[in-house]
Write a protein that binds this ligand. Structure first.
Ligand code: NAD
Ligand code: UFG
Length: 340
């Protein structure tokens, strides 16, 4: 029988790609999103790609009554919980907003899930929970820590889910620690549309490529890496969304389990590698300037993906050129993002 999946934050960057995959894999999808960091236009794009308009509630997960109504009115089999604030720097400026939205929002959601006996949950965590890893590749047994409120909000929510499982082991939990999600849907009509100046590398580069910004600021070229710039495990958002489909399938078949796994490619690329690959994608040499290091950045981070492969059969398919080509297709087709 068709499963019904509630996707919080389903209009956001990763959520929207995952909704497309869920629909294509035969799930009914319900989206709850307050559009704090996304556009209603995403729903039309999902319909164009899949032929299906998902049921949508414009709702804040902090609105307990509103969220309860969603559970009371729908038979939900599982929840994928993306809804959160995600800007590291902003979290340092506004810790209470981050803790309230990301932790209180999660607690309200989990309480309602428990009340309505919905016990399958996939949670968006982050490689940020590894802090400054001593060695690479990073595996799931590495110590966890946080250096900012955003990171703490992920780590604390992970702990809440673990504790919830101890108290009620019918709760089946997948905690997915994403490395650096980039790229866009192959159609070029679904992608990342950050508000304001992008914090992250790939959306910043794509704005340089489209001409909104003049050059890329490279944050440091004196790291102990092969070209001195920071190295990260960039993962195509389509691989990431596939990871959610596999994790969900695992949960359905392994009731009462807690799965904690990395989602990355296992390969690191430098900032310069990404700029070069994007230059090839857009057909011109993109300008960059070397700037001081950004506070809080680590030199190198990439995933050990063995656990993801052994447990859920996950293996990333796309390489850096695919990520840049697909990002450029989205950016060049939608120079102003989802704005008409
Ligand atoms: P995003 O901002 O594009 O999507 C989040 C969505 O949640 C948005 O549509 C926003 O409007 C919604 N939202 C936020 N607070 C809400 C609330 N209280 N009620 C209802 N909706 C709310 O972010 P994304 O890049 O798609 O990230 C999705 C998840 O993955 C987040 O939890 C994020 O922390 C995590 N994550 C992202 C990255 C990344 O680099 N993009 C890396 C690791 C983890
Ligand atoms: N960088 C630049 N210039 C920029 C932006 C970034 O040189 O304009 C560099 C950074 O110094 C880093 C690399 O590009 O070396 C990647 O930076 P991002 O900001 O794209 O990504 P981070 O690895 O710093 O962090 C991101 C999210 C975190 C998340 C982490 C792992 O912002 O929230 O990925 O998922 F935790």
């Amino acid at each position: 029988m068709k499963k019904t999946v509630l996707v919080t934050g389903g209009c956001g960057y990763i959520g929207s790609h995952t909704v497309v995959d869920l629909i294509n894999h035969g799930s009914n999808v319900i989206i709850v999103d307050n559009l704090a960091n996304s556009s209603i236009e995403v729903l039309n794009r999902i319909k164009i790609i899949t032929g299906v308009m998902p049921l949508f509630y414009k709702l804040d997960i902090l609105d307990r009554e509103g969220l309860e109504d969603v559970f009371a009115n729908n038979k939900i089999d599982a929840v994928i919980h993306f809804a959160a604030f995600k800007a590291v720097g902003e979290s340092v400026e506004k810790p209470l907003d981050y803790y309230y939205n990301n932790i209180s929002g999660s607690i309200i959601l989990f309480q309602i899930m428990q009340k309505y006996n919905v016990k399958n949950i996939v949670f968006s965590s982050s490689s940020t929970v590894y802090g400054n890893p001593k060695t690479v590749p990073v595996d799931e047994s590495f110590p966890t820590s946080a250096t900012n409120p955003y990171g703490w909000s992920k780590l604390i929510t992970e702990q809440i889910l673990r504790d919830l499982h101890v108290a009620d082991n019918s709760f089946t939990v997948a905690i997915l620690r994403y490395f650096n999600p980039v790229g866009a849907h192959k159609s070029g009509i679904l992608g990342e549309d950050p508000k304001g100046i992008p914090n992250n590398l790939m959306p910043y580069i794509s704005q340089v490529a489209i001409g909104t910004r003049e050059y890329v600021n490279v944050f440091g070229n004196d790291y102990d890496t092969y070209d001195g710039t920071g190295v990260r495990d960039y993962i195509h958002v389509l691989d990431l969304s596939n990871g959610h489909i596999l994790a969900l399938d695992y949960l359905y078949k392994n009731q009462g389990q807690v799965l904690i796994t990395n989602l990355g490619t296992g390969r690191g690329y430098s900032v310069i590698d990404v700029i070069k690959s994007y230059s090839r994608a857009c057909g011109r040499e993109l300008l960059y300037k070397i700037c001081p290091r950004r506070a809080g950045d680590v030199a190198v981070s990439y995933a050990n993906c063995d656990h993801a492969y052994k447990t859920i059969g996950f293996k990333a398919q796309y390489n850096l050129d695919d990520m840049c080509n697909d990002s450029w297709k989205w950016q060049s087709n939608n120079p102003n993002g989802y704005e008409k």
